[in-house]
Write a protein that binds this ligand. Structure first.
Ligand code: MG
Length: 391
């Protein structure tokens, strides 16, 4: 990392905004005595408020202390490595603080976050290729469930290709949940396979199609599903089983799969991600800027893995514009060779959540030129539709 400026947290403010049905995005802002404010997204499903509470307690412990190296925060706070692996709220809380502090440090240094993370010598790109995850656009909206027929999947994927995305991801296996009654390929997988076939037809043979299985399978059913996905030209097989609960089975599926197996979107810390690749539990790890230790940790992971196993990392980024922007700074800084996840068409006002607005064009995210992230929260949108609070 290039020159870093210490950042002293004196104020911490949380905000949230309702997005779609049950989904809210959550943000933390930390400010120093000079009024510089770093921001991070910490959306964590049903654990978002617990994460905010824990973050506020952690901020209380470091308030007024200059932080030079955000990576030392877990040690400063006395968080044992094993706790960060097992307690997702604590991991997400320290991750949010680490990322927000880094944004503040880059602003203090007057340089973009990607330049600070990459170091002095590197030429850092100012845009990052995205892949279109259509999953969140097909979850229930404020009026209830939406059409999840093969035709609806095909329509959404076709729109993404028309918008310029060259890689599409879907999560089609609604009907599946291990254990299954029948051995081999579960009959419940037929609907998901029909959705994938419809998407493949819509996007043509040249676009890459990624499939997320949300841990709905087990060893036997995943091994039976693999050739079906391969026949449909699937580009990666994401999380047939969970790396947390079932790493031994995941290792066997990865060994047997002709496609790259991807996963570990909830993991924390470089040691974990390096070991998942070294032990070939998966072929591609998916650190999430909201959980993995933050953007600085993501760059350490990305730099290590792109050097040892090129193409073995693609950040998980299914949330709002602050999380996507932070992930894009990290991906640019570690020169990621795979596209970055972007949850398209979740809500039509998404881009205006940040100021300046999110700029996605022709399948790429264009990074703003200002210091730090280069964008902050659109406070008028938050005050109109969301809420802001302190703890
Ligand atoms: Mg996933």
């Amino acid at each position: 990392m290039t020159k870093t400026e210490a950042f002293t947290v004196t104020e911490i403010v949380f905000s949230s905004i309702p997005v779609r049905a049950e989904t809210h995005w959550y943000f933390v802002e930390v400010s120093d005595p000079d009024g510089i404010t770093g921001v991070a997204e910490f959306t964590h499903g049903g654990q978002s408020l617990a994460t905010a509470q824990t973050m506020a307690e952690m901020a209380g412990e470091i308030r007024g202390q200059p932080i030079e190296d955000e990576a030392s925060l877990p040690v400063t706070l006395g968080l044992a490595p094993a706790l960060l692996q097992s307690d997702r709220v604590i991991a997400a809380a320290v991750t949010g603080l680490r990322s927000a502090i880094l944004d503040g440090q880059a602003q203090r240094a007057g340089i973009s976050l990607r330049e600070m993370l990459a170091g002095d010598e590197s030429e850092v790109p100012d845009s990052v290729e995205l892949y279109a995850n259509i999953n969140r656009s097909m979850l229930p909206d404020d009026s209830g469930p939406v059409d999840r027929s093969p035709e609806a999947f095909a329509d959404m994927a076709g729109r993404a290709v028309e918008e310029g995305f060259r890689t599409i991801k879907c999560a089609p296996f609604d009907e599946c949940r291990a254990p299954f009654d029948a051995p081999g390929l579960p009959p419940e997988a037929a609907d998901g396979l029909a959705r994938i076939a419809a998407v493949r037809d819509a996007i043509g043979p040249d676009a890459t199609l990624l499939v997320d299985c949300h841990s709905r399978f087990d060893l036997e059913s995943a091994l039976a599903l693999e050739p079906e996905l391969a026949a449909l030209g699937v580009g990666w097989f994401e999380e047939p089983v969970s790396y947390r609960d079932n790493s031994r089975d995941l290792t066997r599926i990865t060994a047997a799969s002709s496609m790259p197996v991807a996963g570990a979107e909830t993991g924390y810390g470089i040691e974990l991600f390096e070991s998942l690749i070294a032990d070939r539990v998966v072929d591609v790890v998916m650190p999430d800027a909201k959980y993995c230790g933050g953007v600085g940790e993501a760059v350490r992971i990305g730099r290590s893995l792109e050097a040892s196993h090129p193409g073995s990392i693609s950040m998980h980024s299914p949330s709002g514009p602050i999380s996507l922007l932070a992930s894009a700074h990290a991906t640019a800084a570690f020169a990621g060779s795979r596209p970055l996840e972007h949850a398209i068409s979740e809500v039509d006002w998404r881009a205006t959540t940040i100021d300046p607005a999110e700029h996605v064009h022709d399948g790429r995210l264009y990074l703003p030129s200002g210091p730090g992230l280069g964008a902050g929260l659109n406070q008028s949108l938050i005050s109109q539709n969301g809420r802001r609070w302190t703890i």
